[in-house]
Ligand binder design. Sequence first.
Ligand SMILES: [Fe+2]
Length: 301
Amino acid sequence: MSVHSLAYLVIGARDLAAWTSYAESVVGLMRGDSGQENVLHYRMDHRSFRFRIEAGEADKLIATGLECASRADWDKSLSSLKNAGVAVEVASAAEAKARGFHDLFRCVDPAGNPLEIGWGHIVSGTPFISPQAVDGFITLDGDNDMGFGHAVLPAPNIDETRAFYVDLLGFANSDEMRVYLQGGPDDPGIGMHFLHAGSPRHHVIGLAQFPNPSGLVHTMVEVATLDEVGIALDRALAAGTHISSTLGKHTNDKMVSFYMRTPGGFDIEYGCGGIRPDWSNFTPTFTIKEDLWGHVWDFGQ
Ligand SMILES: [Fe+2]
């Protein structure tokens, strides 16, 4: 398995103040030190950042940061992409360090989603303390990093994009879903593909067969208890944050979560209890009912 986990997101933002308020008062993330005036770093664990918010002209995802567990896996990913004719740009040592990695390269998937892939993470050295007293975000499996969550990316050309992740980066199928919003016998449904990497997260990358102007459909953060999820929902309601989905439990990863809109236009799924399958003994699923209960959507504007 070449890629291991989701390390971070880099997000372009027109309104840094809106992000400051949202990240600290609603999500409960800790402000880190980006070293730059127009860049916010937000932490959720021992790492120097998991969300990097850069002031810019558009609210748009700049990069999904993926992590390889070793130099060998990173080399394998890089050569696999090069051999397939994918344009890759190896970052300078300084650029990699700014992302918290020893080495880093950039590429773009067939749906146009920008990726950064690194290995050798640099530990922050300062403890995580949430401004909202969140006990902690789940980013470890035992002592092992399993990334901060998952990202669901827009991929209208879903088959081609899925092949990129599976054939070139070593992802594998966890669940293939079809969502039938119209209903009736002629509704072809919309594809949602969920792919796991080396970490035990049920999926690290999800692909949605539709475009999204923010560049990201949603990203998931996980906390330890249902109480932490409910308290976060209370914070979101108090702040007037748009609740995109009520509490619910997903069929595929069993995550109990709600979804809320970020200042970036995409959603954060805030959940607990996601399963961690044993990949040596796992049968992928095909889902046509997304939820065991709940998750009533309000897509808003
Ligand atoms: Fe999700």
